[in-house]
Structures are given as structure tokens and as C-alpha cells.
Design a protein around this ligand. Structure first.
Ligand code: C5P
Length: 250
């Protein structure tokens, strides 16, 4: 691409990849986590709407459970979504990492900035999404939304049998720790390179970029961007939705 035709950072098209192929066993038995309902609407639809609410995001790629791509496509057809956003559905893989990589393979060339957002964080506010995009546009190759911790964190020697006492080996200084959320935002080339070269399992995409030696920065996250993991998180998510409805005057 010549310098004249290259988009300026403010024009670089932004796409979001939403890995939604996990089973969500910690949530109890039932449908794949992303397809479970919150106030009658699947968690995945909430997550897609949360990302598409940003006027900067023009494509959302949903990575569906491997056997569930057709079901996810019909879900998207059945729910109102912004018309200015394009949507693609691709089948996912065995791990979150593989699911994100499959999503990246479907990304058309013109998208220079990529967000990766867990379907399991259905309530992330649009301001958090925009803050991540802005930091990437300002030149950071990798950006994570993050919050300080309320709990003190201990590093332990994990017990062989769940529930057995575990020796504590360290107490990291809490004020230096952050709990990291999604969407994480990346310069596309950096994220693709990370997925090509890092093979060991990591729990977030920014961790792979760190392994390349590329700097990652944290911007303020939001308490409503929590991950729905355990049954109590469903109760909390529905309470947040109820509060939003009250505040919106419905
Ligand atoms: O299980 P965990 O909390 O790490 O899942 C985070 C996100 O990754 C969820 O949105 C889940 O659907 C997704 N995932 C995936 N493919 C997998 C496993 C998890 O897309 N094989």
C-alpha cells in the first residue's frame, strides 16, 4: 500500500473477534455458555451488541462452537443488530487460543486494528471499548482494560487433590496487580504474529504479545465488564441489566 492510500490511525478500520466456542462447564450443565440467556437474550447477543455499540467497530467476527456455527448464524438473524456493522460467523477450536486464531484467519485485509472480546463478558460498557480503541490508535500495539484488585492475592503450590490445603509461596504487592478484562485491542500485525509464533497455552491474547517482547499497556477497565463464569455471575449480570433498564427509564 502506498503512503497516500494508507489510512491514518484515526481511519484504520476496527474489527472485533468474539471467541464464543467455550462450553462453560463452571457454569453448570446446559447449553454452551455463550448461548445461555440473560434476561431472555443469549449472552453472545449481549456481547455482540456491546462491541457493535462502538461506532468505530465495523466488523464483528463471532467464533462459534465447532458444531454450532449454523445455530449461531440463525441467532444473529433473529436478533436486532446495528445495520452499520458487518457480521461473520466461523467455527471455533479446542482452546480459546485456537478459536481466536481461527477468527483472525477470517479477518479481511483492510482491518488494521483488532479487538478480542470474550462472549462471556456480555455487559462491557461502550466507553471501555472506545478507550481501548483510542489507546491502539494513539500508537500502543497492545492494550488491555484492567482493574485494581479488592482481594490480596497469594501464589500457592497447587494441591494434587482439589480442596486439600495448599502451601502459600508468595504474596505479590497488591497495589501493583491488576485484573485484566476484555476487549483487548491490538495492532493487527502484532496479534497475528503472536498467534503464529507463541504455541504454549495462555489465558489472554496480550500474554502472547508480551512473549514477543512487544509492550502491552493497561487502561482503566470497568466493573460491568466482569466475566460470567459461575452461577452467581448470572445473577449479578441480570441485576446489572435490571439497573440499566431502570436508569434508561423503561
Ligand atoms: O473458559 P474461558 O473463561 O477461558 O473462556 C473465555 C472465552 O473464550 C469465552 O467467551 C469462551 O466461549 C471462549 N472459548 C472459545 N473456544 C474455546 C474455549 C473458550 O472460544 N475452545
Amino acid at each position: 500500500m502506498s503512503d497516500e492510500s494508507r489510512p491514518t490511525p484515526a481511519q484504520t478500520p476496527v474489527a472485533a473477534v468474539i471467541p464464543a466456542a467455550g462450553r462453560g462447564v463452571r457454569l453448570g450443565p446446559g447449553a454452551p455458555k455463550a448461548l445461555r440467556a440473560l434476561n431472555g437474550t443469549p449472552m453472545l447477543i449481549h456481547a455482540i451488541r456491546a462491541l457493535a455499540a462502538s461506532r468505530h467497530v465495523s466488523l464483528v467476527i463471532v467464533v462459534a462452537p465447532p458444531e454450532g456455527a449454523a445455530e449461531v448464524k440463525s441467532l444473529l438473524d433473529a436478533h436486532a443488530l446495528p445495520e452499520r456493522t458487518d457480521f461473520l460467523v466461523v467455527p471455533g477450536g479446542e482452546s480459546r487460543q485456537e478459536s481466536v486464531r481461527l477468527g483472525l484467519e477470517a479477518l479481511p485485509p483492510r482491518y488494521g486494528i483488532v479487538l478480542v472480546h470474550d462472549a462471556a463478558r456480555p455487559l462491557v460498557p461502550v466507553d471501555t471499548v472506545d478507550a481501548v480503541i483510542e489507546a491502539v490508535r494513539d500508537g500502543a500495539p497492545a492494550v488491555v482494560p484492567a482493574l485494581p484488585l479488592a482481594d490480596t492475592v497469594k501464589e500457592v503450590e497447587p494441591a494434587a487433590v482439589a480442596g486439600d490445603p495448599e502451601p502459600v509461596v508468595a504474596t505479590p504487592e497488591r497495589s501493583r496487580l491488576r485484573a485484566v478484562q476484555t476487549p483487548q485491542g491490538f495492532d493487527r500485525e502484532t496479534l497475528v504474529r503472536a498467534h503464529e509464533s507463541v504455541t504454549e497455552n495462555v489465558t489472554d491474547d496480550a500474554g502472547m504479545v508480551e512473549q514477543l517482547g512487544v509492550p502491552v499497556v493497561a487502561v482503566p477497565g470497568h466493573e460491568e465488564a466482569f466475566k460470567v463464569t459461575r452461577p452467581l455471575d448470572l445473577v449479578l449480570a441480570e441485576a446489572v441489566l435490571a439497573r440499566r433498564r431502570l436508569n434508561d427509564g423503561f
